[in-house]
Ligand binder design. Structure first.
Ligand code: CMC
Length: 492
C-alpha cells in the first residue's frame, strides 16, 4: 500500500533545513556521520567522492563536520546553513535566502536539469565515471549474461528477482495479455501507408487508455499492476503491428507458445509458415538488447513519464508522452541517426575527413557522448560482443567496419578525449538491428519496447513517494513587462 499523496502547497518549504546563522557563520563541529557520497546529476552523477582525488584530500575526517553547507549572501551579509543529505541540498531551502521580506527568495537555475536530482530512487544506479550500470543493485553485465527481459522487468517493477513460482506467474500474466483489442487494429489501418512506426506507437499507446478506463485509478495498487502487465505485454504487439502496417503486410497475431522475444520476432517476420520458429541466437540477442535498454534512471523519456504521471494521469497517457520523448534524435532516435551517418560516410577511408568536420562543429558524431557516462557506456560493450554472435547468423553488416574505424579514430583524438566522448548504447545497436532485418524506423520502437518496464517502475516509484508533488518547475522571466496593447492598425 502506498502512502497518502502530499497535497501541500509546493511553494511552501516543507522543512526549513536552513537557519539564519550568527553573522560569523562558523560551522561548529558535530558528531554527525560525516559526508556521504553524492547521488547527484550531471557529469558527476553517482560518482563517489573517493574517486575524486582533490575532494578526497579535502574531505574532513568523520566526526569533524556537520552535514550542512554554509552560504553567505553577499547582497545582505546574511549567512545561512543548509542541510546536506546524500551530497545534496534541498532547492526549497534556498527560498529563505532573501534580500527583503517581500523578495520571492533564491531559486536555482538549471536548464536541462544538468545538476538537479528530481527524486530519490532505488531503481537504477549509474556511476558515469566508472562506466557502471546496475538495476536494483545487479550489474548490467550479469543481467545481460544470465537473466531474461521478463525477469529484469519483474526486478525493476518489484525490486527483487522473482522466485521460480513468481517468475512462472509473471510470465503467464504477460504472455496472456499480448493481444490487443481488434478496434486498435482498425485505427492502425487508418494511418498513412508510410507512417513512421514510432508515430504510430505514440498514438496507439496513448489510445490504450480509452480501452482501459479503470487505469485512471492510479491509487489502487492492483489496478496499477494490471496496467503495468498490459503495457509490457502489448508494447511488442503494437510495435510489430505498426511495422506490418508500414510495409502493407497482414498483422501476425501473438503466439503464446513462444518466449517474449521469440513472440515479438514472430509478429514481425511471420509470413506463410504455420508456426514461426525464431532462430535461438537472434531470439536471445533480441532479449539481451531489451535488457540493456530496460532502464536508465532519470533520462529525458523517464523524466517525461514521471512528470506526466505526477499529474495523476493514467499510465498509458504517461507512456505515450515518454515514447514521444524517446522519438527525438538526441535520445531514442540516435541509433537511427548513427546508421544514416555510417551510410553517409560510406567507407573507412572517409572516416578521418568526417571526424574533422565533427571537430569543426559541422555536426555531432551520433552514438557518441552521454550526459551521464564520461567513460565507455557499459551497454555498448555488451552490444559490441553481441554483434559478433548476431553476424555469425546473419552475415556481417559492412557498416561495422566504418563504425569500428570511427571509434578507433575518435578514441585517440584529443577533441573527443578532452570532452570525454565515448560510444554510447546507440553506436552499435543500430548495426545489429539492421543485420537482424529491422528497418531504421523501427530502432526507436525497439528502444521503447525495452524501456517500458523502466518507465513503469519509475512511474510507480514516483506515485509512491510521499515527497513528490506535481512537477512544476520555476522560470526566470526575462521578457518584456507592462506593455500597452496597440490596435493592429496603429502598429508600425
Ligand atoms: N559529437 C561531437 N561533440 C559532442 C558530442 C558528439 N556526439 N556530444 C557532445 N559533444 C560536445 C558538445 O559540442 C559540447 O562541446 P562544448 O563544451 O565545446 O560546447 C560538449 O561535448 C558537451 O556536450 P553537451 O551537449 O553539453 O552534453 P550533453 O550532456 O548535454 O549531451 C548528448 C549529451 C547525448 C545529447 C550528446 O552527447 C549528443 O548529442 N550525442 C549525440 C547523440 C546521441 O548519441 N544520443 C544518444 C544518447 S545515449 C541513448 C540515450 O540515453 O538516449
Amino acid at each position: 500500500m502506498w502512502g497518502a499523496r502530499d497535497t501541500r502547497d509546493p511553494h511552501v518549504p516543507r522543512r526549513t533545513g536552513i537557519t539564519r546563522d550568527d553573522p560569523a557563520g562558523v560551522c561548529t563541529p558535530s558528531a554527525g556521520p560525516g559526508p556521504v557520497w553524492a547521488s547527484g546529476t550531471g557529469d558527476d552523477y553517482g560518482r563517489k567522492p573517493s574517486r575524486d582525488q582533490s575532494s578526497q584530500e579535502q574531505t574532513p575526517q568523520m566526526g569533524d563536520t556537520k552535514d550542512t553547507l554554509t552560504v553567505t549572501d553577499n547582497r545582505t551579509g546574511e549567512t545561512y546553513e543548509l542541510e546536506v543529505t546524500d551530497g545534496a541540498i534541498r532547492a526549497m531551502d534556498l527560498r529563505n535566502i532573501k534580500v527583503s521580506d517581500d523578495d520571492f527568495g533564491m531559486l536555482s537555475y538549471d536548464p536541462g536539469f544538468k545538476n538537479t536530482a528530481s527524486c530519490r530512487s532505488e531503481i537504477t544506479f549509474i556511476d558515469g565515471d566508472a562506466g557502471i550500470l546496475e538495476y536494483r543493485g545487479y550489474s548490467i553485465d550479469q543481467l545481460a549474461e544470465h537473466s531474461s527481459f521478463l525477469e529484469v522487468a519483474y526486478l525493476l517493477i518489484h525490486g527483487d528477482l522473482p522466485t521460480a513460482d513468481q517468475m512462472d506467474a509473471w510470465t503467464h500474466e504477460i504472455t496472456h495479455h499480448t493481444f490487443i483489442h481488434e478496434n486498435i487494429k482498425q485505427f492502425m489501418d487508418g494511418f498513412h501507408h508510410d507512417a513512421h512506426p514510432m508515430g504510430m506507437l505514440v498514438s496507439t499507446v496513448g489510445a490504450l487508455s480509452t480501452f482501459y478506463p479503470e487505469a485512471k485509478d492510479i491509487e489502487d495498487p492492483d489496478i496499477r499492476l494490471k496496467q503495468i502487465v498490459r503495457l509490457i505485454a502489448k508494447f511488442p504487439t503494437l510495435a510489430a503491428f505498426a511495422y506490418r502496417h508500414s510495409i502493407g503486410m497482414r498483422y501476425a497475431y501473438p503466439d503464446n507458445d513462444l518466449s517474449f522475444a521469440g513472440n515479438f520476432l514472430n509478429m514481425m517476420w511471420k509470413t506463410t509458415e504455420l508456426k514461426y520458429e525464431p532462430n535461438p541466437v537472434l531470439e536471445r540477442a533480441m532479449d539481451t538488447l531489451l535488457i540493456l535498454h530496460a532502464d536508465h534512471e532519470q533520462n529525458c523519456s523517464t523524466t517525461a513519464m514521471r512528470t506526466i504521471g505526477s499529474s495523476d494521469a493514467d499510465p498509458y497517457s504517461a507512456a505515450a508522452g515518454a515514447t514521444a520523448a524517446l522519438y527525438g534524435p538526441k535520445h531514442g532516435g540516435a541509433n537511427e541517426a548513427v546508421l544514416k551517418m555510417l551510410e553517409e560516410i560510406g567507407s573507412v577511408d572517409q572516416v578521418p575527413g568526417y571526424i574533422e568536420r565533427v571537430k569543426k562543429g559541422d555536426f555531432r558524431l551520433m552514438g557518441f557522448g552521454h550526459r551521464v557516462y564520461k567513460n565507455y557506456d557499459p551497454r555498448a560493450k555488451v552490444i559490441q560482443q553481441l554483434a559478433h554472435e548476431v553476424f555469425d547468423v546473419t552475415g556481417k553488416n559492412p557498416l561495422i567496419d566504418i563504425a569500428v574505424a570511427l571509434e578507433e579514430v575518435a578514441l585517440e583524438d584529443d577533441f573527443f578525449v578532452e570532452k570525454k566522448l565515448y560510444p554510447n548504447v546507440d553506436f552499435y545497436s543500430g548495426i545489429i538491428y539492421q543485420a537482424m532485418g529491422f528497418p531504421e524506423e523501427m530502432f526507436p520502437v525497439l528502444f521503447a519496447m525495452g524501456r517500458i518496464p523502466g518507465w513503469l517502475a519509475q512511474w510507480q516509484e514516483n506515485l509512491e513517494d510521499d515527497e513528490q508533488a506535481i512537477a512544476r518547475p520555476r522560470q526566470i522571466y526575462v521578457g518584456a513587462r507592462d506593455r500597452d496593447y496597440t490596435p493592429i492598425g496603429e502598429r508600425g
